[in-house]
Design a protein around this ligand. Structure first.
Ligand code: BTN
Length: 273
């Protein structure tokens, strides 16, 4: 059972101070947006045991069945980090998740641009997805009705498959869980605490201006670097890195470099991992 007390007993660090746990909800990202509109402070972390309408990127559904996985959303003030660093946050959070899985469960994972953490043979199956969304204005800014101010707050959503034994037929070849990869169950409270510690550490690094170093660490764990991929626009090329803005850098067959802003990527050759 995932409780505030069990998470706090595992030393989650500063992000463990303002925790809310729900037995069931639609989407924790939607809940945190609503709480933010009502004035909730930055640092709020909402975790649900079960999501009935969890969302992924590109409007996809994200499954969080009861009692087995982690669905977590964090409210962040953009004043805490520079706006120009917002696009790299999904990569940075993926890095933090990968580090937490390694230190807590001994699982090595691969990062797939822009928001996936992959595990299993050849690092081909998704174990975690990250969804970063912006809120358009703060309630205390007294904006004119109908006027949308600059995004000032972000919601960072993390969905991690922990003790899920199997997936629906359409997901079983592309999804995995910590249980499937390690052969045993894991205490979700220990994992949440480790995730919150790593996320806090990596957000501090962003605030300190260490984005280039973070992207280098992301690249070290990347399962896309060096691979031939096809983008949603049909561009085919080899992944050579990520830009300072978090865009994927591709070389096509004649060596032209492209910056790719949106996934998903189709992998065109098997991983050598
Ligand atoms: C993706 O892979 O496209 C992102 C998946 C993000 C899922 C998490 S679960 C917690 C939070 N609430 C949501 O509705 N989505 C995110």
């Amino acid at each position: 059972m995932l409780t505030k007390e069990s998470i706090q007993a595992n030393e989650p660090g500063p992000l463990g101070k303002n925790l809310k746990i729900l037995q069931q909800t639609g989407s924790t990202n939607d809940d945190v947006k609503e709480l933010a509109r009502r004035g909730a402070p930055a640092g709020l972390v909402l975790i649900a045991d079960h999501q009935s309408a969890g969302r992924g990127r590109l409007g996809r559904h994200w499954q969080t069945p009861p009692g087995v996985n982690i669905a977590l959303s964090l409210l962040l003030d953009l004043e805490e980090i520079e706006l120009k660093d917002a696009p790299v946050l999904a990569l940075v959070i993926g890095l933090a998740v990968s580090e937490a899985l390694e230190s807590t469960a001994g699982l090595e994972t691969g990062l797939k641009w822009p928001n996936d953490v992959l595990a299993g043979e050849g690092r081909q199956r998704k174990i975690c997805g990250v969804l970063v969304e912006a809120l358009q204005h703060r309630p205390d800014r007294n904006l004119q009705p109908g006027v949308i101010g600059p995004a000032t707050r972000l919601v960072i959503g993390v969905g991690l498959n922990v003790n899920q034994e199997r997936f629906d037929a359409e997901l079983e070849d592309i999804a995995t869980s910590l249980l499937i990869e390690t052969g045993h169950r894991h205490a979700r409270s220990t994992l949440v605490a480790a995730l919150l510690r790593r996320i806090h550490r990596r957000l501090l690094d962003v605030k300190a201006g260490a984005v280039a170093e973070l992207l280098a660490e992301w690249s070290n764990r990347s399962s896309t670097l060096g691979r031939m991929v096809r983008t949603p626009d049909g561009l085919i090329g080899r992944v050579v890195g990520v830009s300072r803005q978090g865009a994927l850098l591709l070389h096509d067959e004649v060596g032209t470099t492209y910056e790719v802003l949106g996934g998903p990527l189709e992998m065109l050759e098997a991983s050598t991992l």
